[in-house]
Design a protein around this ligand. Structure first.
Ligand SMILES: Cc1ncc(COP(=O)(O)O)c(C=O)c1O
Length: 380
Protein backbone atom coordinates (compact mmCIF):
# COMPACT_ATOMS: atom_id res chain seq x y z
CA UNK A 1 0.00 0.00 0.00
CA UNK A 2 1.22 3.50 -0.85
CA UNK A 3 2.23 5.59 2.19
CA UNK A 4 0.38 8.88 2.54
CA UNK A 5 3.63 10.88 2.40
CA UNK A 6 4.21 9.59 -1.15
CA UNK A 7 0.79 10.67 -2.37
CA UNK A 8 0.22 14.00 -4.05
CA UNK A 9 -1.94 16.36 -1.96
CA UNK A 10 -5.64 16.51 -2.75
CA UNK A 11 -5.88 20.24 -3.52
CA UNK A 12 -8.46 22.48 -1.92
CA UNK A 13 -9.42 24.29 -5.12
CA UNK A 14 -8.48 23.96 -8.77
CA UNK A 15 -9.45 26.97 -10.91
CA UNK A 16 -11.90 26.20 -13.71
CA UNK A 17 -10.30 28.46 -16.32
CA UNK A 18 -10.93 28.18 -20.10
CA UNK A 19 -8.19 26.45 -22.11
CA UNK A 20 -5.80 28.47 -24.33
CA UNK A 21 -7.52 27.01 -27.46
CA UNK A 22 -10.92 28.25 -26.25
CA UNK A 23 -9.48 31.68 -25.61
CA UNK A 24 -7.73 32.04 -28.94
CA UNK A 25 -10.70 33.37 -31.00
CA UNK A 26 -11.36 36.07 -28.40
CA UNK A 27 -7.69 37.01 -28.20
CA UNK A 28 -7.52 37.21 -32.00
CA UNK A 29 -10.51 39.55 -32.03
CA UNK A 30 -8.83 41.69 -29.41
CA UNK A 31 -5.56 41.84 -31.31
CA UNK A 32 -7.29 42.60 -34.63
CA UNK A 33 -9.05 45.55 -32.97
CA UNK A 34 -5.74 46.68 -31.36
CA UNK A 35 -7.83 47.48 -28.31
CA UNK A 36 -6.40 46.04 -25.10
CA UNK A 37 -8.11 48.01 -22.34
CA UNK A 38 -10.15 51.24 -21.77
CA UNK A 39 -13.65 49.75 -22.19
CA UNK A 40 -12.86 48.01 -25.48
CA UNK A 41 -15.23 45.82 -27.54
CA UNK A 42 -14.79 42.69 -25.39
CA UNK A 43 -15.49 44.52 -22.13
CA UNK A 44 -18.54 46.09 -23.78
CA UNK A 45 -19.75 42.68 -24.98
CA UNK A 46 -19.26 41.16 -21.54
CA UNK A 47 -21.11 44.05 -19.86
CA UNK A 48 -23.92 43.75 -22.40
CA UNK A 49 -24.29 40.02 -21.58
CA UNK A 50 -24.41 40.82 -17.86
CA UNK A 51 -26.99 43.60 -18.36
CA UNK A 52 -29.20 41.14 -20.26
CA UNK A 53 -28.84 38.44 -17.61
CA UNK A 54 -29.85 40.89 -14.86
CA UNK A 55 -32.59 42.44 -17.02
CA UNK A 56 -31.02 45.91 -16.64
CA UNK A 57 -29.89 48.74 -18.91
CA UNK A 58 -26.20 48.59 -19.94
CA UNK A 59 -25.42 51.71 -17.84
CA UNK A 60 -26.62 49.89 -14.69
CA UNK A 61 -23.75 47.41 -14.99
CA UNK A 62 -20.00 47.94 -15.04
CA UNK A 63 -16.97 45.71 -14.99
CA UNK A 64 -14.00 46.50 -12.73
CA UNK A 65 -10.54 45.03 -12.16
CA UNK A 66 -11.69 42.97 -9.15
CA UNK A 67 -14.43 42.84 -6.52
CA UNK A 68 -12.30 44.57 -3.89
CA UNK A 69 -12.05 47.67 -6.10
CA UNK A 70 -15.73 47.25 -7.01
CA UNK A 71 -16.69 47.43 -3.32
CA UNK A 72 -14.38 50.37 -2.61
CA UNK A 73 -15.62 52.37 -5.60
CA UNK A 74 -19.30 51.53 -4.97
CA UNK A 75 -18.85 52.87 -1.42
CA UNK A 76 -17.08 55.97 -2.78
CA UNK A 77 -19.92 56.47 -5.27
CA UNK A 78 -22.44 56.62 -2.38
CA UNK A 79 -20.71 59.87 -1.28
CA UNK A 80 -21.21 59.19 2.42
CA UNK A 81 -19.56 61.64 4.84
CA UNK A 82 -15.95 60.59 5.64
CA UNK A 83 -15.75 58.28 8.66
CA UNK A 84 -19.24 56.85 8.10
CA UNK A 85 -20.04 53.59 9.86
CA UNK A 86 -20.57 50.66 7.53
CA UNK A 87 -22.01 47.45 8.97
CA UNK A 88 -20.21 44.31 7.75
CA UNK A 89 -20.36 40.71 8.99
CA UNK A 90 -17.58 39.46 11.28
CA UNK A 91 -17.43 36.29 9.14
CA UNK A 92 -16.17 37.34 5.73
CA UNK A 93 -13.08 37.71 3.60
CA UNK A 94 -10.78 40.57 4.70
CA UNK A 95 -11.48 42.55 1.50
CA UNK A 96 -15.02 43.39 2.68
CA UNK A 97 -13.57 45.36 5.59
CA UNK A 98 -10.44 46.72 3.87
CA UNK A 99 -12.64 48.17 1.10
CA UNK A 100 -14.61 50.08 3.76
CA UNK A 101 -11.45 51.44 5.42
CA UNK A 102 -9.87 52.37 2.08
CA UNK A 103 -13.08 54.22 1.13
CA UNK A 104 -12.51 56.35 4.26
CA UNK A 105 -15.11 54.74 6.52
CA UNK A 106 -15.30 52.63 9.68
CA UNK A 107 -16.38 48.97 9.48
CA UNK A 108 -18.79 47.96 12.24
CA UNK A 109 -18.48 44.22 12.66
CA UNK A 110 -21.77 42.42 13.24
CA UNK A 111 -22.95 38.87 13.88
CA UNK A 112 -24.31 36.46 11.28
CA UNK A 113 -27.29 34.11 11.35
CA UNK A 114 -26.36 30.75 12.90
CA UNK A 115 -28.02 28.73 10.13
CA UNK A 116 -27.44 30.68 6.89
CA UNK A 117 -24.18 32.35 8.01
CA UNK A 118 -25.53 35.64 6.58
CA UNK A 119 -25.78 39.12 8.08
CA UNK A 120 -29.56 39.50 7.87
CA UNK A 121 -31.80 42.60 7.78
CA UNK A 122 -32.89 41.67 11.34
CA UNK A 123 -29.27 41.74 12.55
CA UNK A 124 -28.76 45.08 10.77
CA UNK A 125 -31.94 46.53 12.33
CA UNK A 126 -30.81 45.44 15.77
CA UNK A 127 -27.34 47.01 15.19
CA UNK A 128 -29.04 50.28 14.22
CA UNK A 129 -30.78 50.39 17.61
CA UNK A 130 -27.40 50.16 19.34
CA UNK A 131 -25.38 52.69 17.36
CA UNK A 132 -25.56 55.06 14.43
CA UNK A 133 -24.97 53.12 11.19
CA UNK A 134 -24.65 54.88 7.81
CA UNK A 135 -24.61 51.96 5.34
CA UNK A 136 -24.76 48.16 5.30
CA UNK A 137 -22.47 45.79 3.42
CA UNK A 138 -23.90 42.26 3.82
CA UNK A 139 -21.94 39.38 2.31
CA UNK A 140 -23.37 36.50 0.28
CA UNK A 141 -21.34 34.12 2.49
CA UNK A 142 -19.68 31.37 0.40
CA UNK A 143 -22.04 32.40 -2.42
CA UNK A 144 -25.33 32.00 -0.50
CA UNK A 145 -27.77 34.56 -1.94
CA UNK A 146 -29.59 37.19 0.09
CA UNK A 147 -33.33 37.92 -0.22
CA UNK A 148 -33.27 41.22 -2.09
CA UNK A 149 -36.89 42.17 -1.37
CA UNK A 150 -36.07 42.24 2.35
CA UNK A 151 -32.97 44.40 1.77
CA UNK A 152 -34.93 46.75 -0.49
CA UNK A 153 -37.49 47.13 2.30
CA UNK A 154 -34.67 47.76 4.79
CA UNK A 155 -33.31 50.53 2.54
CA UNK A 156 -36.77 52.08 2.19
CA UNK A 157 -37.56 52.00 5.91
CA UNK A 158 -34.16 53.07 7.30
CA UNK A 159 -32.95 55.23 4.40
CA UNK A 160 -29.56 53.47 4.68
CA UNK A 161 -27.86 52.31 1.47
CA UNK A 162 -27.10 48.58 1.16
CA UNK A 163 -24.40 47.10 -1.07
CA UNK A 164 -24.25 43.29 -1.23
CA UNK A 165 -20.73 41.84 -1.35
CA UNK A 166 -21.68 38.99 -3.69
CA UNK A 167 -18.03 38.23 -4.53
CA UNK A 168 -18.52 34.45 -4.44
CA UNK A 169 -22.13 34.45 -5.66
CA UNK A 170 -22.10 34.92 -9.44
CA UNK A 171 -25.06 32.88 -10.74
CA UNK A 172 -26.63 32.53 -7.28
CA UNK A 173 -27.27 36.13 -6.28
CA UNK A 174 -29.83 37.92 -8.47
CA UNK A 175 -31.87 41.08 -7.89
CA UNK A 176 -35.06 38.97 -7.64
CA UNK A 177 -37.14 41.84 -9.04
CA UNK A 178 -36.00 44.21 -6.28
CA UNK A 179 -33.88 47.36 -6.29
CA UNK A 180 -30.31 46.81 -5.13
CA UNK A 181 -26.56 46.90 -5.62
CA UNK A 182 -24.45 43.76 -6.06
CA UNK A 183 -20.68 43.39 -6.39
CA UNK A 184 -19.28 40.14 -7.85
CA UNK A 185 -15.77 38.74 -8.19
CA UNK A 186 -14.57 37.10 -11.41
CA UNK A 187 -11.37 35.83 -9.78
CA UNK A 188 -9.90 32.56 -11.10
CA UNK A 189 -11.39 30.62 -8.17
CA UNK A 190 -14.95 31.88 -8.68
CA UNK A 191 -17.79 30.31 -10.68
CA UNK A 192 -17.35 32.70 -13.61
CA UNK A 193 -13.61 33.15 -13.78
CA UNK A 194 -11.84 35.89 -15.75
CA UNK A 195 -8.52 35.40 -13.92
CA UNK A 196 -9.08 38.68 -12.11
CA UNK A 197 -12.18 40.80 -12.50
CA UNK A 198 -15.24 42.27 -10.87
CA UNK A 199 -18.77 43.27 -11.74
CA UNK A 200 -20.96 45.97 -10.21
CA UNK A 201 -24.71 45.73 -10.83
CA UNK A 202 -26.94 48.46 -9.44
CA UNK A 203 -30.42 49.87 -9.85
CA UNK A 204 -29.42 52.89 -7.72
CA UNK A 205 -29.58 55.84 -10.14
CA UNK A 206 -26.13 56.67 -11.54
CA UNK A 207 -24.18 54.32 -9.22
CA UNK A 208 -22.75 51.95 -11.83
CA UNK A 209 -21.88 54.89 -14.12
CA UNK A 210 -20.11 56.62 -11.21
CA UNK A 211 -18.16 53.43 -10.39
CA UNK A 212 -17.18 53.20 -14.05
CA UNK A 213 -15.92 56.79 -14.02
CA UNK A 214 -14.05 56.22 -10.74
CA UNK A 215 -12.46 53.08 -12.23
CA UNK A 216 -11.12 55.28 -15.04
CA UNK A 217 -9.22 57.71 -12.77
CA UNK A 218 -12.40 59.76 -12.19
CA UNK A 219 -12.21 61.33 -15.67
CA UNK A 220 -15.44 62.63 -17.17
CA UNK A 221 -16.16 60.96 -20.53
CA UNK A 222 -19.79 62.08 -20.75
CA UNK A 223 -20.36 64.95 -23.24
CA UNK A 224 -23.87 65.47 -21.80
CA UNK A 225 -22.53 66.96 -18.52
CA UNK A 226 -21.38 70.56 -17.96
CA UNK A 227 -17.84 69.36 -17.22
CA UNK A 228 -15.68 69.15 -20.36
CA UNK A 229 -14.80 65.64 -21.53
CA UNK A 230 -11.34 64.65 -20.26
CA UNK A 231 -11.61 66.74 -17.07
CA UNK A 232 -11.26 65.11 -13.67
CA UNK A 233 -14.73 64.77 -12.14
CA UNK A 234 -13.65 63.05 -8.91
CA UNK A 235 -10.65 61.35 -7.31
CA UNK A 236 -10.75 57.92 -8.90
CA UNK A 237 -8.23 55.18 -9.49
CA UNK A 238 -7.34 52.76 -12.25
CA UNK A 239 -9.63 49.76 -11.76
CA UNK A 240 -10.60 49.01 -15.35
CA UNK A 241 -11.00 45.47 -16.61
CA UNK A 242 -8.61 44.75 -19.49
CA UNK A 243 -9.67 43.17 -22.78
CA UNK A 244 -7.52 40.13 -21.88
CA UNK A 245 -9.63 39.53 -18.78
CA UNK A 246 -12.87 40.21 -20.65
CA UNK A 247 -11.79 37.56 -23.20
CA UNK A 248 -11.51 34.99 -20.41
CA UNK A 249 -14.83 36.14 -18.92
CA UNK A 250 -16.60 35.75 -22.28
CA UNK A 251 -15.11 32.30 -22.84
CA UNK A 252 -16.14 31.27 -19.29
CA UNK A 253 -19.66 32.55 -19.85
CA UNK A 254 -20.14 30.03 -22.68
CA UNK A 255 -19.53 27.13 -20.25
CA UNK A 256 -21.08 28.69 -17.18
CA UNK A 257 -24.44 26.92 -17.18
CA UNK A 258 -23.01 23.45 -17.69
CA UNK A 259 -20.29 24.01 -15.09
CA UNK A 260 -22.80 25.43 -12.58
CA UNK A 261 -24.91 22.26 -12.90
CA UNK A 262 -21.80 20.12 -12.45
CA UNK A 263 -20.80 22.13 -9.37
CA UNK A 264 -24.26 21.70 -7.85
CA UNK A 265 -24.26 17.94 -8.49
CA UNK A 266 -20.72 17.49 -7.12
CA UNK A 267 -21.53 19.46 -3.99
CA UNK A 268 -24.75 17.51 -3.34
CA UNK A 269 -22.95 14.17 -3.81
CA UNK A 270 -20.02 15.09 -1.60
CA UNK A 271 -22.27 16.39 1.17
CA UNK A 272 -24.32 13.21 1.14
CA UNK A 273 -21.27 10.93 1.09
CA UNK A 274 -19.56 12.88 3.88
CA UNK A 275 -22.72 12.86 5.97
CA UNK A 276 -22.90 9.08 5.68
CA UNK A 277 -19.17 8.58 6.26
CA UNK A 278 -18.71 10.79 9.32
CA UNK A 279 -19.29 9.52 12.84
CA UNK A 280 -19.64 13.14 13.97
CA UNK A 281 -22.81 15.02 13.08
CA UNK A 282 -21.94 17.42 10.26
CA UNK A 283 -23.87 20.62 9.64
CA UNK A 284 -24.01 22.61 6.42
CA UNK A 285 -24.91 26.17 5.53
CA UNK A 286 -28.72 26.40 5.37
CA UNK A 287 -30.39 27.65 2.21
CA UNK A 288 -30.77 31.43 2.48
CA UNK A 289 -33.82 33.61 1.86
CA UNK A 290 -32.58 34.25 -1.70
CA UNK A 291 -32.82 30.57 -2.68
CA UNK A 292 -30.19 27.85 -3.00
CA UNK A 293 -26.62 28.14 -4.27
CA UNK A 294 -26.63 27.81 -8.06
CA UNK A 295 -22.88 27.57 -8.58
CA UNK A 296 -20.99 26.55 -5.44
CA UNK A 297 -17.25 27.15 -5.51
CA UNK A 298 -16.26 25.56 -2.23
CA UNK A 299 -17.32 22.99 0.35
CA UNK A 300 -17.44 24.08 3.97
CA UNK A 301 -18.70 21.82 6.74
CA UNK A 302 -19.49 22.61 10.32
CA UNK A 303 -18.13 20.25 12.97
CA UNK A 304 -19.63 19.86 16.46
CA UNK A 305 -16.84 21.73 18.28
CA UNK A 306 -13.32 23.13 18.09
CA UNK A 307 -11.57 19.97 19.28
CA UNK A 308 -13.33 17.77 16.69
CA UNK A 309 -12.30 20.28 14.05
CA UNK A 310 -8.66 20.07 15.21
CA UNK A 311 -8.82 16.24 15.08
CA UNK A 312 -10.30 16.20 11.57
CA UNK A 313 -7.81 18.82 10.38
CA UNK A 314 -4.91 16.77 11.71
CA UNK A 315 -6.21 13.58 10.06
CA UNK A 316 -6.60 15.41 6.73
CA UNK A 317 -3.05 16.73 7.04
CA UNK A 318 -1.76 13.17 7.64
CA UNK A 319 -3.68 11.89 4.59
CA UNK A 320 -2.45 14.84 2.48
CA UNK A 321 -5.94 16.24 2.03
CA UNK A 322 -5.88 20.05 1.99
CA UNK A 323 -8.29 21.91 4.27
CA UNK A 324 -8.87 25.59 4.95
CA UNK A 325 -10.45 27.50 7.81
CA UNK A 326 -12.34 29.78 5.46
CA UNK A 327 -12.63 33.45 6.52
CA UNK A 328 -10.55 32.90 9.64
CA UNK A 329 -9.36 34.41 11.87
CA UNK A 330 -12.64 36.30 12.02
CA UNK A 331 -12.34 40.02 11.28
CA UNK A 332 -12.60 41.05 14.98
CA UNK A 333 -9.44 39.01 15.63
CA UNK A 334 -7.30 40.63 12.92
CA UNK A 335 -4.85 43.01 14.62
CA UNK A 336 -4.72 45.47 11.70
CA UNK A 337 -8.49 45.79 11.66
CA UNK A 338 -8.96 45.99 15.43
CA UNK A 339 -7.70 49.57 15.48
CA UNK A 340 -10.01 50.59 12.64
CA UNK A 341 -13.27 48.76 13.38
CA UNK A 342 -16.07 48.92 15.88
CA UNK A 343 -17.20 45.51 17.08
CA UNK A 344 -20.68 44.45 18.14
CA UNK A 345 -21.52 41.18 19.91
CA UNK A 346 -20.84 38.34 17.48
CA UNK A 347 -21.65 35.08 19.35
CA UNK A 348 -22.83 33.07 16.34
CA UNK A 349 -19.94 34.20 14.14
CA UNK A 350 -17.53 33.23 16.96
CA UNK A 351 -19.01 29.72 17.15
CA UNK A 352 -18.80 29.36 13.38
CA UNK A 353 -15.20 30.56 13.55
CA UNK A 354 -14.40 27.64 15.86
CA UNK A 355 -16.17 24.93 13.91
CA UNK A 356 -16.08 25.57 10.12
CA UNK A 357 -13.68 23.61 7.94
CA UNK A 358 -13.31 23.77 4.17
CA UNK A 359 -12.61 20.54 2.27
CA UNK A 360 -11.39 19.99 -1.32
CA UNK A 361 -13.97 20.98 -3.92
CA UNK A 362 -13.35 21.50 -7.61
CA UNK A 363 -14.68 20.36 -10.98
CA UNK A 364 -12.75 17.39 -12.27
CA UNK A 365 -12.15 15.90 -8.79
CA UNK A 366 -11.15 12.30 -9.52
CA UNK A 367 -12.65 9.23 -7.85
CA UNK A 368 -9.37 8.48 -5.98
CA UNK A 369 -9.31 12.08 -4.71
CA UNK A 370 -12.93 11.86 -3.56
CA UNK A 371 -12.23 8.49 -1.99
CA UNK A 372 -9.27 9.87 -0.04
CA UNK A 373 -11.38 12.71 1.38
CA UNK A 374 -14.12 10.25 2.33
CA UNK A 375 -11.79 7.71 3.92
CA UNK A 376 -10.12 10.32 6.10
CA UNK A 377 -13.55 11.45 7.34
CA UNK A 378 -14.68 7.81 7.85
CA UNK A 379 -11.56 7.03 9.89
CA UNK A 380 -12.38 9.81 12.39
C1 LIG B 1 -16.62 37.96 0.44
C2 LIG B 1 -15.52 38.43 -0.49
N1 LIG B 1 -15.38 39.74 -0.76
C3 LIG B 1 -14.43 40.19 -1.59
C4 LIG B 1 -13.54 39.34 -2.20
C5 LIG B 1 -12.47 39.88 -3.09
O1 LIG B 1 -12.68 39.57 -4.45
P1 LIG B 1 -11.55 39.92 -5.51
O2 LIG B 1 -10.49 38.87 -5.37
O3 LIG B 1 -12.22 39.87 -6.85
O4 LIG B 1 -11.03 41.28 -5.19
C6 LIG B 1 -13.64 37.95 -1.96
C7 LIG B 1 -12.72 37.02 -2.58
O5 LIG B 1 -12.75 35.84 -2.42
C8 LIG B 1 -14.65 37.50 -1.07
O6 LIG B 1 -14.79 36.19 -0.77
Amino acid sequence: MMLAQNLPWVPLLVPDMPSPETLLPWLERMHAARHYSNFGPLVQELEYSFAQKFGLEPEQVTTVANATQGLELALQALELPPGSRVLVPALTFVATATAVVRAGHVPVLADVDAATWLLTPEIARSACTRMCINAVLPVATFGMPHGMQAWQQFEQVTGLPVIIDAAAAYGSQWLQGAEGTLVFSLHATKSLPAGEGGLVVSTRPGLAAKVRQLSNFGINLDPATTLPVGTLASLGTNAKMSEYHAAIGLASLQKWELHAQQRQALQADLMQELQQASRYPLAWQAKGPGGPLQAPTLLCMRLPDESVRATVEHACQQARVMTRRWYQPLLPHMAVLQQRCLVLDTPDAQLLGQTLLGLPFFLGMTQPQRQRVLSVITSQ
